[in-house]
Design a protein. Sequence first.
Length: 273
Amino acid sequence: MPRKRKLLAQLSALQSNSSFPQINALENLNTTPGGDSSPKSSKYFVTEKKKSSRLEADFFHQPCVSLAKSFLGQILVRKLPDGRELWGRIVETEAYLGGEDEASHSKGGKQTQRNAAMFMKPGTLYVYQIYGIYFCINVSSQGEGAAVLLRSLEPLQGLDAMRELRRASRKAPTTLLKDWQLCNGPARLCQALGIDKAFNQRDLTEDTDIWMVPGQDLPGEQDVVATTRIGIGNRGEWAQKPLRFYLRGNKFVSVVDKKMEREMGAREHLSCS
């Protein structure tokens, strides 16, 4: 009997210490504080979390032209009241540089009730109405009164909901919109995502209805066309400045500058020859 008790005591000690590291490791992987059963160490979990995490304040805190280019390829997410999420890849933007820019709503550095969001911290939404009907969405950047207009998206998720919203915003019945027609222009973009004046002055880094997440396979300089902005022909030299940026060859862009693209192609040909 004494020998049996001794063996039982040894077995009990083995079970109570860390002699089974593989079991403890699995428990640590599959359990997190607070009862969350998500794995903490799996590379697949970390990668997925990184993909879905929103762009934070430091991303938006850059000069206007730099931000306008950096937006290309990033993902805009809009969560509808019913929980559906609409995702679109940004493929076209315009930079408005603030006080010196004759085409900007903040030209001369004048701050008004309408354009106040342009003077707020980078990442603040500036939503305004044109023709008393349509809305346009901008994002503030570094610089007094500077902001970036989001012109076009490549729809990725929630296309049926986008069609519903576009159809509801148009008075006359029309044929079913093709994918490339859903968000190819600033007003269409806002219609497709259900964005109106209620989104003005919201913070993309904190809002629960709209935010941005990092895109995959971001474009290089050779993939970006820099050309003139749209609809500002009476702004003198500012009408000719290359402050519109879009993804070259992307069919979801609102207006393609074929001349500029030919020039880019010719330069590339010369550099390769």
